[in-house]
Ligand binder design. Structure first.
Ligand SMILES: *[C@@H]1O[C@H](CO)[C@@H](O)[C@H](O)[C@H]1NC(C)=O
Length: 393
């Protein structure tokens, strides 16, 4: 052993990086010096890439580099086993269709016509009940909203889009659609919106062209979801699958020409409710067809390459990914949240948050330690960090 630790450090790390979790944990208990060596990220990177939700994406990029990988691997095992503390961190009286976004240290939650910002507790135990900011202006409920570095862009049942400056009270609103704006995304100075009025529209975020519609795309169907590609060259519309034969269409962001049309074998009404890009050429979708689907969007080969079936045959309202192996989905009944490992076909864990009453999971977001799920009358937090230390009260 002594000889081993006289090796040059980079060679030592290389050797240690071939060990598995169990061996590393045993080795770390030998002495202080070895504990130090076996705690370094370099030793855990290979393992962390194979585990679910450690913050390392498929390309190997580390999204949470300030937290030691060793700790994240440990928490990952709680995700896999479904070990967490579960709390309703916020409740309200009337049934709503809330939407959420997480941003460093705060959670944005739409409740009826307002979007409130709640501070997350530093100890991870939930959130502070009094909002630190409120963004308002819609005459009807907010349907969805998105955060950019500078703006909060909200879409309302009143047909309006409102651009709120995040760090001031300044906002600009404009009439965007003839009916509800069901969905919205924004990237690289562009907004894409989709509506019940059967159009998707492209807008500029630049101050001299605000509210000017750059393109209107007739979709023949209500638009339930939109997502701009990470490469910012195209966007996807998820539609109702009633008037048009396929619910997923990819459009060139500049010309708004259709590049690809997917899901033409879907049954009528199998609309797409939520989508998330994993890379410029891969997309996850979910909706009324009760499947999570993984799409290859390359124009030459566009097709569904993997699918996971909701075991209770309920619609899926929302989907999120860790960018690597884990998917989380929210169902239409009993507040069912499921965790999936992409490498297996059956789901890994199921949490029924609203049972015995039923509510859809309208939106969910997670980071490496917490999952937040927004239901009709409550916001739930699942804390995977230290479930054994903090028992349920
Ligand atoms: C994840 O969210 C919780 C929410 O309370 C927060 O305490 C924690 O710091 C977040 N973790 C990361 C890695 O951002």
């Amino acid at each position: 052993m002594l000889f081993l630790f006289q090796l040059p450090e980079d060679i030592l790390y290389l050797i240690l990086s071939y060990l598995d979790c169990k061996a590393l944990n045993s080795l770390s208990q030998v002495c202080k010096k070895i504990y130090y060596f076996t705690s370094r990220d370099a030793v855990w990177r290979r393992i962390a890439k194979e585990c679910i939700n450690t913050g390392i994406n498929r390309q190997g990029t580390d999204l949470f580099s300030r937290i030691p990988l060793k700790d994240r691997v440990k928490v990952s095992q709680n995700w896999r086993r479904g070990k967490c503390r579960r709390d309703a961190v916020l409740k309200w009286k009337n049934n709503l269709l809330p939407w959420i976004q997480l941003d460093s240290g705060v959670l944005y939650l739409s409740q009826a016509a307002d979007i409130r910002v709640y501070q997350l507790r530093a100890d991870g135990g939930g959130l502070k009940r009094k909002p630190v900011a409120v963004f308002s202006g819609h005459q009807e409920d907010v349907c969805r909203f998105v955060l950019t570095d500078t703006h909060l862009v909200s879409a309302g049942g009143d047909g309006k889009i409102i651009l709120h400056q995040r760090r001031s009270s300044f906002s600009v609103e404009f009439s965007a659609h003839n009916q509800e704006v069901n969905c919205i995304d924004s990237k690289g100075g562009i907004i894409v919106s989709g509506s019940r009025d059967r159009t998707a529209r492209v807008w500029s975020l630049s101050s001299n062209r605000l509210g000017e519609c750059l393109h209107t795309i007739p979709t023949l169907d209500r638009v339930w979801s939109v997502a701009i590609s990470p490469s910012q060259s195209s966007f996807v519309t998820g539609t109702a699958c009633c008037g048009h034969v396929a619910p997923l269409r990819i459009w060139d962001l500049e010309s708004c020409q259709q590049l690809l049309c997917l899901g033409s074998d879907f049954r009528r009404g199998a609309g797409v409710l939520d989508m998330v890009f994993e890379s410029p050429s891969t997309l996850l979708s979910c909706g009324y067809d009760t499947y999570i689907r993984y799409w290859d969007l390359r124009v030459s080969s566009g097709k569904c390459v993997m699918e996971w079936e909701e075991p209770h045959d309920s619609a899926l309202y929302c989907v999120q990914s860790d960018g690597n192996h884990m998917i989380a989905s929210g169902s239409s009944y009993y507040g069912v949240v499921r965790l999936w490992d992409k490498r297996q076909s059956h789901c890994l864990q199921t949490f029924s948050l609203s049972s015995p009453t039923s509510s859809p999971v309208y939106c969910l977001r997670f980071n490496t330690t917490h999952l937040f799920a927004a239901l009709a009358s409550a916001l739930y937090a699942l804390d995977f960090k230290a479930p054994e230390l903090r028992g349920r009260k």
